[in-house]
Structure formats: structure tokens, C-alpha cells
Design a protein around this ligand. Structure first.
Ligand code: GLA
Length: 673
């Protein structure tokens, strides 16, 4: 069947994971009444229900789900129907003990939690296909069902599987990729440490090894692991697709996942959906939220997406589960919306009394509906109703930030020049600079068409293929402005250092290569003279071999004293900047001010701590203004506040912690675009 590309729903999708099987039947009636009160129109059901749906192999009990879907439908609430493949029942593992996942050290996972199935096990693959088929046969035309939600957060809690079936499938995967052992030996550089393979049966998985395993093997293993998960997704998706026309999704975890290459995954789903949880140790966790939302929209190709899970208040799985303070949940939700989400959902509807997540917040907390959290949940429901017209509006960005999961995987392998130079930390720092400057960004793959962007930023592109190098070079040549962070363009797709040395694929674009890395000791700092500034920096220095680049910043002390730290290079009609050290968010401001000028970009003029996001329907813009500070902030803008209906005549005042959404003429808020 052909699929729809959005669930058949009016307005913004609003709701959460709903697990009524944890509650007596009479609670369900209260639930739907409260959902109506809160403006909920969309709930995800059945994600963990396998043991109830198939209590014994081949014995299906759909009665309770029939009742539930009927009840939801009667109350005007739509269902995102889950397939329960993340949590097969106890009988399954009893019957098929080989279908359990094996950890690196050989430990076979036991039952009593979730996510312990081996994605390589044929018994698991058959069982998930049967279950998905049975659900689709029964509910493909149920009027409550508007979307299918396959599995849950692929790759969590366990992605890698070192069991014998997984290893056999790894060998098949390698044969398909390399065809000959010579090609594999070449790609993995097995001449090193005498690792040459003479027989496919001898090829092992990177399990427990005395010292570090072959990095190229580990990088392929990460690709294989990701592929295995995607294969299992496809099995369920295709079975459902044969029977049903509702769109199919699975919930991603954007910047918080490691195992899934979302550029690939996004091509497999009808609707991109994402889960995001604030990271409590981060005092500016809302910046990480914005990054995650922009990344999700970008993998979705700019199409609207659904925030499938976030929390109304505290989670339960961090060391210090910080509760959200009044207004914070609303700011979080509307930031996701401002960055392209047309659906806002939570984990979960009603807090569980039992089990591992009883201290996790919910839309209906343990305190019940007469609580601050529920009042805010209902308030958000009202907001989203008022914002129904934003649906489908797009985001335009003048800047692309390069993000590549393969580079993350490769960068995170062991024995790098410095443990302190990290992909995620650098990504966040460069993103945060752009966020603080009010510059709207998309994320892009390094081999993507970048011609539509005025500026491209590559915070951390350790693995950069020769093709990506040519792409960036052509981008600059044609007039683009490129900003590249340290330790980029170092290895190819096999984690082998590029012929021509460190940075060789970017040599023409940047006008330099790197002769030697000069990392600092833990905690050490040094300084860079940049114009009239002396900028403190840490972690990284290096010795560049200039090939035309102009030196704009020089190390004044530390291991690189006297050597170039920051360069600018004119190539074709464009300009490249290179930052050969680890600059803080505030230090990056100096370089970005100059790079914006090269790109002809004007950062937005919003007050500090006020986040402005623009979605456009073409004819009009929706300007979402989120005030993260405690003080009122003023913005120059004209339009109508969609949340209050008030006219905004040239000046908008947003109270501390508040959010406004102004409908304006297209292009009214031009900053940072
Ligand atoms: C994940 C899962 C949910 C739940 C939440 C708790 O995102 O998908 O089932 O465990 O975490 O934060």
C-alpha cells in the first residue's frame, strides 16, 4: 500500500505514551476524560504490550486493545499504535534462549528488563514479523489508528550483539561489502599487528581483546550494528505496509543516540519522530534541546516531525533527576515546535505506580490532575490548539552545520591524540555559538548539496571522505564561507589517515595541512593572539603546514607558541576559516564575528537568553520567542500574538520564562537568516 506522510489528525498532534494495561479498567475512563480536558488528541499505545497481546506463543488476546482503541476513538483521541518488538515476553526467551543478546565479554542477557533480544536471531525476526502482521491485520482499518510506531528507540539499551548468530551475520555483511578477503584486509589495514585474514570463517567481531581492537574493524562493526537494527525495522515496516496505509515511524534520539545513523534511518520512515530529554548536569540544557530539534528536522529533510517523547518534569534515570520548574516544560515543548515539530508528546500519560520508572514524571503525575504539572499540561494543550495554523510551516536556514554519525563513531574510538577533544562537545560548542548569535541552522551530511547555505560549519569532521572534501572545496570555490574545527579531514571511511597527511582532503579549501598535533596536558591552558584579543584556549594546539592560508590567530604560549592557531583562506570566490585549537563558546565569538562578515550574515538582535525561531508558511511567518531568563525582554516586531490574540505593534514584551508566538508578514524577523 502507499503510505500517508502525516497522521490523519486536525491541528498539532498532542499527547504521550499511554500504558493503560498498568491500570484497572475504570481508570481508563478517567484517563480519556482528562485527555479531553488537556486537549490530547494523540497517544502511543502498545509499545510494551507483547506479553498481554500474545500471552502464549500463537495465542493472541486483542480484546483489551479493541476496547481501548474503541474508547479512544469514541472520545476523539487518535492512536499511534506501537509494535511491541522492544520487549518480547518471558515465554519467548524461555522457548528461544539463543535469541538473547550477548555482550562484548560474552555475558548473555537475562530476562526481567527490556531490550534484550538479539536482532540477528531468526526466531526474533520471525516473531516480530508475526506480531506486526497480526496487529496490522486487526487494526489497519481501525478508525482510531492514525500512525504505526515500530519498536522503541532502536539501539537502546543494547545495540551491539556478539553472539554466534550476530557474528555469522557480520561475516555475511562483510562479504557483501568487500566481496574479497583481500579487499577487507586492505580496508582494515590488517598488515598492522599481523591481523591478516586468510579465511572468512576466521574473521571475528571486535569483542573482548587484550588491547584495542582494529579501529577499521570497529568502525565497520558500528555500521553493521546500525544496519542490523534497520533490517529489523524494515521487517516490521514492510509487513505493516502490505496491510495498512497509515504512516509508519520509529522514535529516534537525535543527538542523544550513538548507534543509529539517522541520515539513513530518516529515509526509511514516513514521518520522523524523536525523543529528547534534558541533560540535568547541563545548566543550559535548553541549548542541547535546540540542537536536537534542529538535527531532527534536518534528518527529516526539513519536513515536519513529531516530538514523540519528552518529560513534563523530572526523569528517573539520571544521577540527579532535576524537576522542571513552572513554565519550563512549556518552553521546552514550544521550542521543539519552533524548530519544526508538528507533534508534541511526552513519556508518559499517567505515572506508573510500579516498575523501574515510577519516579519519572508524567502528564498525570502521582499527585493526580489537581497538580501544577497537570495544569501546565492542559495549558500547553490550549497553546497548541491556538497554534494549529503553524502546521506544515517550514524553517529556512542560512547556515549548515556538518554532522556525520560515521565521524562520531570513528572519533570515539580509542587512542586518539587527546581524550579531551570530543565530537559531541565540539558540536555543542559551535552550535551554541550560533544559537547565542540567534542564527538559525540546519544540519547537513558532509556529502550533501550545500549550495543553498551562506555558511557551512564543520565543528568536528575527523572522518571526512575524499568525496566530502571535494564537496567542501567546491562549496568554497563557488563563494561559500566555510568554518572548520580542529582534527578534521584526518581519516577516510576506513579510519586510515588520508594519503597526503592530516587534513589532506581540505588542503585546497583551507590552504593548509597539519604536520603534527600538539595536544595539551589535562587542565593546561594556553593563549592565542587574535587581533587585539588574547584568547585563552585549552586541549589542542598543532603545527600547520601553510599552503596559502593567512594566519589570523597565533599561539603565544604552550606547545604551539609562535605557531598559527586560526587561519583564513580565500579559495575561488569563497573563504575558509580554520580553528586549530579548542575555543570555548565565548572565544568562538571572535572568529564567528569575522566569518559572519565574510558570509554576509547578520546575527539576530534578540536580548541575551531569548531564543527566536521562525517558521514560515510562505505568506506569513510564525516567530516563536522563548524567554529563558527571569526578566522581561523586549523585541521589535509587528504582528499578532497567536497565543493571546493580542496585536503586537512594533514592540513585543515577553515576561521572564514566557513564550510568545507572533504571526507576522513573511521576512519580518530577518535576524540570523
Ligand atoms: C525512553 C523510553 C521510554 C522511557 C523514557 C524515560 O525515552 O523510550 O520508554 O523509558 O525513556 O525517560
Amino acid at each position: 500500500m502507499t503510505s500517508n506522510t502525516w497522521p490523519d489528525l486536525d491541528g498539532i498532534a498532542y499527547g504521550g505514551d499511554y500504558n493503560p494495561e498498568q491500570w484497572p479498567r475504570e481508570v481508563w475512563d478517567e484517563d480519556v476524560a482528562l485527555m479531553r480536558e488537556a486537549g490530547v488528541n494523540f497517544v502511543s499505545v502498545g509499545i510494551f504490550s507483547w506479553a498481554l497481546l500474545e500471552p502464549k506463543e500463537g495465542l493472541y488476546e486483542f480484546g483489551w486493545l479493541d476496547d481501548l482503541l474503541d474508547l479512544l476513538h469514541a472520545n476523539g483521541i487518535s492512536a499511534d499504535l506501537g509494535t511491541p518488538s522492544v520487549s518480547p515476553p518471558a515465554w519467548f526467551f524461555h522457548q528461544y534462549p539463543e535469541a538473547r543478546v550477548t555482550l562484548k565479554d560474552g555475558t548473555v542477557m537475562g530476562f526481567g528488563s527490556r531490550g534484550m533480544a538479539s536482532h540477528a536471531a531468526p526466531e526474533y525476526r520471525e516473531a516480530i514479523a508475526r506480531m506486526a502482521g497480526a496487529l496490522a491485520d486487526r487494526y489497519a482499518s481501525h478508525p482510531a489508528v492514525v500512525m504505526w510506531h515500530i519498536h522503541n528507540e532502536y539501539g537502546v539499551p543494547v545495540a551491539e550483539d556478539f553472539g554466534p548468530r550476530a557474528v555469522a551475520s557480520w561475516r555475511r555483511w562483510l562479504q557483501a561489502r568487500y566481496e574479497t578477503l583481500d579487499a577487507l584486509n586492505d580496508a582494515w589495514g590488517t598488515a598492522f599487528w599481523g591481523q591478516r585474514y586468510g579465511d572468512w570463517e576466521h574473521v571475528v567481531a571486535p569483542a573482548a581483546t587484550p588491547t584495542i581492537a582494529n579501529p577499521a574493524m570497529k568502525l565497520d562493526w558500528a555500521r553493521f550494528t546500525d544496519d542490523q537494527l534497520r533490517e529489523c525495522f524494515r521487517i516490521e515496516r514492510d509487513v505493516i505496509r502490505e496491510r495498512a496505509s497509515q504512516p509508519i515511524t520509529t522514535n529516534f534520539m537525535a543527538h542523544q543516540s550513538w548507534n543509529t545513523d539517522l541520515w539513513k534511518w530518516a529515509r526509511e520512515v514516513d514521518v520522523v519522530s524523536d525523543d529528547h530529554y534534558l541533560w540535568a548536569p547541563d545548566p543550559d540544557a535548553h541549548v542541547g534541546l535546540a540542537l536536537s530539534a534542529d538535527l531532527t528536522r534536518s534528518v527529516a529533510g526539513g519536513n515536519p516531525w513529531i516530538l514523540m517523547e519528552h518529560s513534563t518534569s523530572a526523569v528517573n534515570w539520571q544521577g540527579h533527576n532535576v524537576a522542571k520548574r513552572p513554565g519550563e516544560m512549556r518552553r521546552n515543548a514550544l521550542t521543539h515546535l519552533g524548530r519544526g515539530a508538528d507533534g508534541i508528546a511526552f513519556f508518559q500519560w499517567r505515572a506508573s505506580r510500579s516498575g523501574a520508572e515510577k519516579f519519572h514524571s508524567a502528564m498525570v503525575p502521582h499527585a493526580g490532575p489537581r497538580s501544577r504539572v497537570f495544569r501546565e499540561v492542559a495549558g500547553l494543550g490550549q497553546d497548541l490548539k491556538a497554534l494549529a495554523d503553524i502546521r506544515g510551516a517550514r524553517t529556512t536556514a542560512a547556515v549548515a552545520v556538518l554532522y556525520d554519525w560515521e565521524s562520531l563513531w570513528a572519533h570515539d574510538l580509542e587512542w586518539r591524540p587527546s581524550d579531551d577533544l570530543q565530537f559531541r562537545e565540539r558540536m555543542r560548542a559551535y552550535y551554541e555559538r550560533l544559537w547565542r548569535d540567534g542564527v538559525q541552522v540546519d544540519f547537513a551530511h558532509p556529502e550533501a548539496d550545500l549550495s543553498g547555505y551562506r555558511m557551512v560549519v564543520a565543528p568536528s569532521s575527523y572522518l571526512l571522505t575524499a568525496e566530502a572534501g571535494r564537496n567542501l572545496e567546491a562549496y568554497v570555490e563557488a563563494g561559500g564561507t566555510l568554518v572548520v574545527g580542529a582534527f578534521s579531514g584526518i581519516v577516510d571511511e576506513h579510519d586510515a589517515v588520508h594519503a597526503g597527511g592530516f587534513g589532506a582532503p581540505l588542503k585546497n579549501a583551507l590552504g593548509l595541512t597539519i604536520e603534527e598535533f600538539l595536544p595539551l596536558r589535562a587542565g593546561e591552558t594556553c593563549h592565542v593572539a587574535y587581533g587585539a584579543e588574547s584568547i585563552e584556549t585549552d586541549v589542542w594546539a598543532e603545527d600547520m603546514a601553510l599552503a596559502g592560508a593567512e594566519v589570523r590567530g597565533t599561539f603565544t604560549d604552550g606547545p604551539g607558541a609562535g605557531l598559527p592557531a586560526i587561519t583564513r583562506h580565500q579559495h575561488g570566490t569563497g573563504v575558509s576559516w580554520y580553528v586549530g585549537t579548542r575555543l570555548s563558546v565565548s572565544a568562538l565569538a571572535h572568529v564567528f564575528a569575522d566569518a559572519y562578515a565574510d558570509a554576509g550574515l547578520t546575527p539576530a538582535s534578540a536580548p541575551e537568553g531569548v531564543e527566536v525561531m521562525v517558521r514560515t508558511s510562505g505568506a506569513e511567518d510564525f516567530v516563536v520567542v522563548c524567554n529563558h531568563t527571569d526578566d522581561a525582554a523586549d523585541l521589535s516586531i509587528t504582528g499578532t500574538n497567536a497565543l493571546t490574540g493580542a496585536q503586537v505593534d512594533g514592540q513585543l514584551t515577553v515576561a521572564g520564562g514566557d513564550v510568545a508566538v507572533v504571526r507576522t508578514a513573511a521576512g519580518e524577523w530577518g535576524g540570523g537568516r
